[in-house]
Design a protein around this ligand. Structure first.
Ligand code: SAH
Length: 345
């Protein structure tokens, strides 16, 4: 069944009965982005509401579980119309509230330390299933399209957004629509494990989110051992693609680096990392790996992380240690869904 959260106004109009005026499509678009069900759209004729309800889905996202962390973050488990489950995290910040959204059910990339891809890719999300997460939580937090409670979105939930590229682009069109949530691409981050050809395609598109690269290792041989994507995209190709993105967009490139005990956290590696991201505007976001029991990887110790940071800084890199949200509620990628599914078995 088609979900209306995937559609722009023209596409909605095409699905309405012949002769329906354009402004009705425009109203429905706005209702959808405010989180209304078809039955909530009481300014529409009753027949039309019933017709829509029988044939289409308004918002395909249903909040199934909510977990509230001591640190103020919240984790959600959502159910999709076909029964699949995905997850998301709401993170309060002083500059605005951020929602982390998923782009796929599961993930095909198979990074060794990540729980999202434990069972591979199940399917891509539709544009409306990505947008629906933002609509649902904005509404839950008491917001609407005029007064938004979600001001920032990060595509850092489960899935590899560059593998679901067309639906992610459509999501950008919808979420930045002035008649919808109107969230600027400046307030959206796309995180990728580094599909270089798609980074170039995105640079050439009209949509320019902040680009985050999940780097995790500054040496090809090491990166290949933890990220299978490194076997097809080497670091030189990846860095060149990010330089292209910077040159096209003027946007500083963010490198995500999860510190894994005994794997990627030596001073020598810190020096290589600083050198790799030098020469153009970049920033390194360090995060202590959230232990994933299934994979046997552990986060680095705090003293090691501090020294790693000081080596990076001495070598000219800009770096921050990211707070890890929601540790007490399985905040790390894919962990909530994985544990939830396990609990049901
Ligand atoms: N597929 C995209 C989007 C996922 S973003 C990407 O790879 O960027 C999620 C981020 O969390 C990525 O940087 C990912 O590498 C990282 N991550 C995955 N598992 C983690 C864990 N156990 N601890 C810390 N970071 C993790």
């Amino acid at each position: 069944m088609i979900d209306f959260a995937s559609l722009n106004e023209e596409e909605i109009l095409k699905l309405l009965p012949e002769g329906t005026p354009k402004y009705t499509a425009s109203n429905i678009f706005s209702f959808i982005h405010n989180g209304a069900t078809f039955q909530d759209m009481t300014s529409l004729k009753k027949d039309l509401r019933s017709y829509l309800e029988e044939n289409y889905i308004a918002n395909p996202i249903k909040i199934k579980e909510t977990y509230v962390s001591k640190d103020g973050s919240k984790k959600f488990l959502y159910e999709l119309p076909d029964g699949n489950l995905i997850e998301g995290v709401f993170m309060p910040h002083n500059y605005g509230d951020t929602l982390c959204v998923s782009t796929q059910v599961g993930c095909p990339m198979g990074c060794a330390f990540c729980a999202s891809g434990l069972n591979g890719l199940i399917r891509n999300l539709t544009p409306g299933e990505i947008l629906g997460q933002v609509i649902a939580i904005n509404k839950l937090e008491g917001g609407n399209t005029k007064e938004r409670k979600i001001t920032n979105v990060v595509l850092m939930g489960s899935g590899e957004p560059m593998v679901n590229y067309d639906n992610v682009i459509k999501f950008f069109e919808l979420v930045s629509s002035p008649k919808g949530l109107n969230i600027s691409l400046r307030n959206i981050s796309l995180s990728t494990c580094g599909l270089a050809d798609k980074i170039i395609e995105l640079a050439d598109s009209p949509y320019h989110p902040t680009l985050s690269i999940s780097l995790h290792a500054p040496i090809d041989e090491l990166r290949k051992t933890i990220m299978p994507v490194a076997k097809s995209v080497d670091l030189k190709t990846l860095i060149n693609a990010t330089k292209y993105y910077f040159n096209k967009t003027g946007r500083r490139i963010i490198f995500e680096y999860s510190m894994i005990d005994g794997v990627n956290d030596t001073n020598e590696i810190a020096k290589k990392l600083a050198l790799l991201v030098s020469g153009f505007p970049t920033h390194i976001n360090l995060i202590k790996l959230n232990d994933v029991k299934e994979k046997g990887f552990k986060g680095s110790r705090m003293e090691r992380i501090k020294e790693f940071i000081s080596v990076l800084e001495k070598n000219g890199a800009s770096v921050t240690l990211r707070r890890s949200f929601g540790n007490d509620i399985d905040g790390a990628c894919g962990q909530l869904r994985a544990n939830y599914i396990k609990g049901q078995e």
